[in-house]
Ligand binder design. Structure first.
Ligand SMILES: [Fe+2]
Length: 186
């Protein structure tokens, strides 16, 4: 389960029901997907997409997504820092940002037009949809690795539009799950 933090309020929400209702209140779709069918950690992108084919088709029908792929980065990934620097500043997309986390951890910061900035630490089994136009930014956790299914309405048009407000610099990406929580039982 994701860990939700409201840095401005010094508040962390770990109760599943409260996380779901809070995210729904700011327009973020969040689900947990059945983890038991997950293929092994060394599975190819094709094997991952095949394992989740039914869910992907359901999401495509719901959100008008036309393609899916697997993003797979780790500290050995060439150009990792450059890639991360594109997304760790506040931005929005003209498309939804949909991610299903297979491996690794990361932190989405969501900046609602009204209300507090929210930090969402995602982990394997989390499905998150950040609607188009939502101000947000993303960081990896300490292990600097993540593997996730992505869905696109138009992959050629998926690019960050920066707000250039600098608000992102006021928030440190804090990951809790990999440090003090016991191994997740999914
Ligand atoms: Fe983004």
């Amino acid at each position: 389960m994701a860990i939700l933090t409201l840095p401005d309020e010094n508040r962390t929400i770990e109760d599943a029901g409260k996380i779901l209702s809070y995210l729904a209140g700011i327009g973020i779709d969040y689900e947990r997907w059945d983890y038991s069918r997950l293929v092994g950690p060394s599975a190819s992108p094709a094997e991952i997409l095949d394992a989740y084919a039914n869910e992907i088709e359901t999401l495509k029908a719901q959100g008008g997504y036309v393609t899916a792929d697997v993003i797979d980065v780790n500290p050995q990934t060439p150009g990792l820092e450059t890639m991360l620097a594109k997304f760790n500043r506040e931005h929005w997309h003209d498309e939804d940002e949909v991610r299903y986390i297979i491996h690794g951890r990361g932190v989405f910061h969501i900046h609602p037009r009204e209300g507090s900035v929210v930090s969402i630490e995602v982990e394997p089994g989390d499905l998150i949809r950040v609607p188009r136009g939502t101000w947000h930014w993303f960081n990896l956790c300490e292990s600097r690795e993540i593997r996730a299914i992505r869905l696109f309405q138009d992959p050629s048009g998926w690019a960050p539009n920066y707000t250039e407000t600098g608000v992102d610099s006021k928030y440190q990406p804090v990951c809790f799950g990999g440090t003090y929580l016991p191994s997740q039982t999914l």
